[in-house]
Design a protein around this ligand. Structure first.
Ligand code: ADP
Ligand code: ZN
Ligand code: ZN
Length: 728
């Protein structure tokens, strides 16, 4: 008897057994099926097939209907997701349904349907209406004239309905193009000749990378501005020539436009982007086009890793060290690590690039798991920027900026260059305080203070995003003597406008760059030199290549110097190196200014004197001595609850249970409160498990979840498991 295992969207670790429908003898893995479950018919996804089950056959129900003839999840992708389920201790059904495009869940689309695509005819291009046409037709024509090829859903997004589209078709102004008629991109592949002459380091690395066709994890460690993208482009070229697809991951959406531009300029192939801001229909379309092989290149953020490809040939993970690759909401996984697993299952090379590789990857290269190649020289004429520390504690400081910094800004602006000011705090000021009773306004849902956002005219909590109106009086004593303390990017913008009223300024942070279009618009402004002073948070810190920026200033990083997380210094070293790498990427040499009240802090001294890699070597030594990751494995359990006590008790109970098991070398730390204890009304605590062997810890944890499962079903507590936690 053939039994099929089906994953259902419920929090149960093992898939469910079903019998094949009548008159059906085979079913593939990764297809959607309808199955009876607790008196309902629900959607499931087939996992394994043709297994003989030990269970009582009479009790097993039959699959009602098979929805897909061809699997939605390829075999390789499915095995990656199954690996994730085991490694991250997340039920496979939940994982599959998490990554399945919404449309596949909602409309129960049968088989893969492809959205209609339209192209403008010659008649359409030169169409001049003799009589008055309807506004809808006018709008539709204008749109398609602009973008030439358009999907049905793109019409719909502009409120243009199928009636209008049909009447355009009838008048021969547009025609439908069928995807199976789309010309194969491989046979038409053209590679732009407009490209830099590679230096010997680049040539050697490309030779090496292109010599491997099977799974091979490359760690591309190249200083900022050393031309890593050129390596990506050359490796991609080889893959496209054999007709295979390439996936490029970037940590944040704002890095997509720039890298996309580089690839569009080089190759004439279909390139699509994939990220969480895309509309569901668009997501589905990219998914389908990628699956049938119409896209050659996909550029996206971490979720792009879970698209089905027809024939994936290479994965590139840019800025591999970036913590944005880690998903922390709902459930936890690290996209860089999963990308390596995917490359392995697909048996293809993967290139992980960074100017500041993560401590884990550096160690992986040392022990031979990754293969490291280095770019040590800046490309073209650019040179490594000079850096200088400004001691804020003995300086005349005007408006949070040292006189020295202001004079340097002036100097660089006079030379017609651009200046970048980095501050990792958005808003106007992080604190509004009553000078009479010394109280300040706290978010009632979080253990944090409100940040003043002057432009938007409210106080905002940066943890739960709740807002209140800016008070005129102190809610505690009624005084009107309210003042702000500290500064954020919004205030920096105001200060800059007052000092340099004629200079155009662009600010990029979560408040000003709310969607993909806004981000793209701002980044273009900087590239085109329309903007001369750029102010931003970590959104501008990484990856960008703005050749005319010659001065970069880090206005205040002191908070990070005194964090109690052992990973904070690694992050700060990366941030510093990345931000300073934005300076002097063109022909003029660059300058970096770091303002701090602690110029003699040992961390800053090591980093500035010895550089990033020496700093990492030292950190590795420290971590080895303390048996901390990456020299040991860690898994955390987080509990969240409206009651502080219940959140703690939940973890205490687990701890007692585990300690009775007496596993050798297992450390159980906690319960430890989160740095920000209360967020969105929930108190948050964690229990950290640490063991010298990652594998053994993983197995222990699986068993624990199995044995302890009934205690975990506490309706009042939200809990989540974090494997290889990086911060809270
Ligand atoms: P990063 O290593 O920081 O990612 P990029 O890949 O952004 O650096 O490269 C910076 C600039 O240098 C790009 O404009 C790129 O076209 C250019 N470039 C790359 N290789 C060379 C080269 N060999 N000679 C001159 N310019 C180059
Ligand atoms: Zn007061
Ligand atoms: Zn809040």
């Amino acid at each position: 008897m053939k039994i099929i295992q089906v994953a259902l969207p419920i929090p149960v670790y093992n898939p469910f057994n079903y019998k094949l429908p009548n008159n059906c003898s085979i079913i593939k893995q990764g297809c959607r099926v309808l199955v009876p479950f607790r008196k309902k018919i629900i959607l499931g996804i087939t996992i394994t097939y043709h297994i003989k089950s030990k269970v009582n056959l009479k009790k097993i129900k039959r699959i009602k209907k098979i929805l897909d003839k061809n699997p939605l999840f390829s075999k390789n992708l499915l095995s990656v997701l199954i690996w994730m389920s085991k490694y991250y201790h997340k039920p496979i059904g939940e994982i599959l349904f998490y990554f399945l495009p919404l449309q596949f869940k909602k409309n129960i689309l049968e088989n893969i349907q492809i959205e209609k695509k339209w192209k403008i005819t010659r008649k359409g291009i030169f169409f001049k209406p003799k009589k008055k046409i309807s506004l809808n037709i006018y709008k539709a024509l204008k749109l398609i004239k602009k973008i030439r090829v358009i999907h049905d859903y793109e019409f719909q997004e502009q409120n243009i309905h199928s009636k209008t589209i049909l009447s355009l078709k009838k008048s021969n102004l547009i025609y439908e193009i069928y995807d199976n008629k789309i010309k194969n991109w491989m046979s038409k592949l053209r590679i732009s000749k407009n490209r830099p002459k590679l230096n010997s380091e680049q040539i050697n690395i490309i030779k090496k990378i292109n010599s491997k066709n099977k799974f091979f994890p490359w760690l591309l460690a190249g200083i900022t501005g050393s031309g890593k993208t050129e390596i990506y482009l050359n490796a991609t070229e080889k893959i496209l020539k054999i007709g295979r697809q390439v996936l490029i991951l970037v940590p944040e959406i704002n890095l997509i436009p720039q890298i996309k531009k580089m690839f569009v300029q080089r190759f004439n192939v279909p390139i699509d982007i994939f990220h969480s801001y895309l509309k569901e229909k668009k997501k589905l379309n990219v998914w389908i086009q990628t699956k049938i092989g119409n896209n050659a290149i996909i550029i996206g953020t971490r979720s792009a890793l879970f698209t089905s490809f027809k024939d994936l040939g290479l994965i590139i993970v840019d800025e591999e060290h970036d913590s944005s690759y880690k998903q922390k909401e709902r459930w936890c996984y690290h996209a860089r690590d999963v990308a390596v697993v995917r490359a392995k299952k697909e048996n293809i090379p993967i290139i992980m690039g960074s100017a500041t590789p993560s401590i884990e990857s550096i160690l992986n290269a040392k022990v031979g798991k990754y293969f490291r190649v280095n770019l040590t020289k800046k490309t073209g004429k650019s040179k490594i920027a000079k850096s200088k520390i400004i001691d804020l504690s003995n300086q005349i400081v005007r408006n949070e900026m040292s006189i020295y910094l202001i004079s340097r800004i002036e100097f660089h602006l006079k030379k017609n260059n651009q200046v970048m000011l980095f501050l990792n705090r958005r808003g106007y000021a992080p604190l509004i305080i009553c000078y009479d009773c010394k109280s300040s306004k706290k978010c009632f849902r979080c253990s944090s203070f409100y940040t003043l956002h002057l432009e938007e005219k409210y106080l905002k909590c940066h943890y739960c995003e709740s807002v209140i109106l800016i008070p005129k009086q102190c809610s505690n004593c009624g005084s009107t003597n309210l003042n702000t303390i500290g500064f954020g990017t919004e205030k920096i913008e105001e200060i800059m406008r007052s000092i340099f009223p004629k200079i155009p300024i662009t600010r990029i942070d979560k408040d000003t760059a709310k969607n993909f279009e806004k981000i793209e618009e701002k980044i273009n402004k900087i590239h085109e030199g329309e903007s001369r002073i750029l102010i931003g948070t970590q959104m501008i810190a990484k990856g960008h290549h703005f050749p005319n920026v010659t001065l970069v200033a880090l206005l205040n990083i002191d908070g990070a110097l005194f964090s109690n997380d052992y990973r904070a210094t690694e992050k700060l070293a990366q941030l510093y190196t990345q931000v300073s790498g934005r300076a002097g990427r063109g022909k003029d040499s660059g300058e970096v200014i770091l303002q701090t009240c602690f110029p003699n802090h040992p961390f800053l001294r090591t980093l500035l004197r010895d550089g990033y890699y020496k700093f990492i070597e030292k950190s590795l030594k420290d971590r080895k001595e303390a048996s901390l990751p990456p020299y040991s494995g860690q898994i955390s359990i987080y509990s969240k609850c409206h009651s502080n006590k219940l959140a703690i008790d939940f973890l205490k109970k687990i701890k007692t249970f585990v300690e009775r098991k007496k596993k050798e070398n297992l450390l159980v730390l906690g319960p430890i409160p989160f740095t920000l204890l209360k967020k969105s009304g929930l108190f948050r605590w964690k229990l950290v498990f640490q063991h010298p062997s990652k594998t053994s810890l993983c197995n222990f944890f699986s068993k624990l979840l199995l044995n302890y499962r009934k205690y975990l079903n506490d309706k009042k507590i939200r809990w989540i498991i974090d494997v290889d936690p990086i911060e809270d």
